[in-house]
Structure formats: C-alpha cells, structure tokens
Ligand binder design. Structure first.
Ligand code: BT5
Length: 254
C-alpha cells in the first residue's frame, strides 16, 4: 500500500502484481466498505476489459488503475464522471508528454488520432440507495517490448513513445489523481459547466461528420456538442438533432 497524504483520491493505493481486472478488485473492496478514493493498480491484467465486455490489452508497463468513488451527484450527472476522468487523463498526459492530447466521446483519450487511454465507469446501485462507482482508467505508458496485437497496430499509441522519454507509473498516477480530484470536486461544487468546458476544449471531431454505431443501428450526422447529461448531440441530414447516450463514434472522411 502507498499513500497520497491528505488526498481525497488515492489516500490508499493497493499495488498488485497480476489481476483479472482492477475494476473487479475495486468492486470487491467497495462492497467490503472501502472508502471513496481507494485506488487499485496492477502490473498487468489477464482480463482487462472495455465497454460491452470488449477486451482491453493490458501488458506490463501500462497504468491499469481503478478508483472507488461515492459521488453525491444527481443520477443524470453520473455519465459526466467519464468525461471528467477523460479530461483529467488528457490534462495529465499532455503535461507529461508535451504533446497535444485529445478526448473522443465518450471515453477515449487520443494523441494524433491514436488511442493512448480509455476509461471504463461501472456504477453499482443497491436497493437501499447506497451507490458507488468504480472508475477504471487504462493508459498505455510503455509496452516493454511486448508486440502490439495486430488488430490494434496503428490504432493505439503509448506515452513513452509520444514523450520520447521514460515516464514512471508513479508520476503518471499522481498527475491523473491530482487532476481528477480537482475535476471531481468541481463537478460537485459547480455542476456540469466547467467539466463540460474542459472536455469540449480538447474534443476531437466536434463539428465534423461522424457515424455512431448504436446497439440498435446507426446514426450519421455532424457531431455538434456534448450535452449536460454527457450525451453526444448529432445533427442528422435535414436538421434533426439526436442525443446519444452510448455508442461508438467513427469519423466520416469525405
Ligand atoms: C475502453 O473501452 O476504452 C475502456 C478501457 C478501460 C481499461 C481500464 S484498465 C483499468 C480498468 N480495468 C479494466 O478491466 N478496465 C479498466 P472501449 O471504448 O470499449 O474500447 C475498447 C477497444 O479499445 C477494444 O475493442 C480495442 O479495439 C481497443 N483497445 C484494446 N486494448 C487497447 C489498448 N491497450 N490501447 C488502445 N486501444 C485498445
């Protein structure tokens, strides 16, 4: 265990060798009553996951981290935690890499259109209203000579490569937790405005034609904005605007 003295997030950090998914470890700790701000970090994940049970490649050298949050936010603002985390990771990565870092709706962090990090928020509600959120953050930091899986080659990048220097997991985790702590407090104190503004200022593809894959089909149009509930606003041909709560965005190139 390590500590960030006096911090709201990261007061307790469990560093583990190999786990299935740090999100599962954090969930077990949360169920057992671990307080908000407890953090789990693993050297590697055997079953790291993304949204919709997709696999997340988690070799040694990356930052695979989950945080327990017990937010006092209205339920409609919970999706903003994903945007707050993505903005915090982008800010931290940009500071360390010295390269512009963008966010892509809803949960991606990109450098030059390649994914450097992803966020996976899992919310657990109980009948009695007690609720916690596990915020999983995966950052490709270094790949330590591991071959990049063929299906990801050219679509991902890692921070050491972009920074042109070694960045330690410690300094990256510290920078992310510090930024996230600020954004998390801001969300509670000031509502969605500042977090949305921070996210928008780094957003990739706003104003551009996109195609969004939904469980039920597909929507094509211009990605106009992100709404106060964290949804993506897409303007379809003919001017009809649609708010999308979950989906995968692809850029449409002319
Ligand atoms: C995400 O899902 O981007 C969320 C990733 C969250 C990972 C963290 S690590 C700590 C915590 N514990 C976990 O088990 N998870 C969290 P999604 O938007 O669904 O993107 C998944 C897709 O990204 C995959 O289908 C691949 O195409 C691609 N991908 C997989 N591994 C990647 C990697 N290391 N870097 C970049 N892209 C990757």
């Amino acid at each position: 265990e390590a500590r960030r003295a006096g911090a709201r997030l990261g007061h307790t950090v469990h560093w583990l060798a190999e786990v299935g998914s740090t999100n599962d470890v954090a969930r077990r700790l949360a169920e057992a009553g671990a307080p908000e701000g407890t953090v789990v970090v693993a050297d590697r994940q055997a079953a790291g996951r993304g949204r919709l049970r997709r696999a997340w490649w988690s070799p040694p050298g990356g930052l695979w981290m989950s945080l327990i949050l017990r937010p006092a936010l209205p339920p409609e603002h919970l999706p903003l935690l994903t945007l707050a985390a993505a903005a915090a990771v982008a800010e931290a990565a940009e500071g360390l890499a010295g390269r512009p870092v963008q966010v892509k709706w809803p949960n991606d962090v990109l450098i030059d259109d390649r994914k450097v990090a992803g966020i996976l928020l899992e919310t657990v509600s109980h009948p009695h209203g007690a609720e916690y959120v596990v915020a999983g953050i995966g950052v490709n930091l270094d790949v330590e000579g591991e071959p990049v899986p063929a299906e990801l080659a050219g679509r991902l990048t890692w921070l050491a490569r972009e920074a042109g220097r070694r960045v330690t997991r410690n300094e990256l985790a510290e920078a992310i937790l510090q930024r996230l702590e600020e954004r998390y407090a801001q969300l509670h104190q000031e509502g969605p405005g500042p977090v949305l503004a921070a996210w928008r200022s780094r957003a990739a593809w706003l104003g551009e034609p996109v195609r969004v894959a939904l469980p039920t089909g597909e929507v094509a149009g211009i990605a106009l904005d992100v709404a106060p509930d964290g949804s993506l606003v897409v303007e379809q041909a003919g001017g009809r605007r649609q708010r999308i709560l979950a989906g995968d965005v692809q850029r449409l190139r002319p």
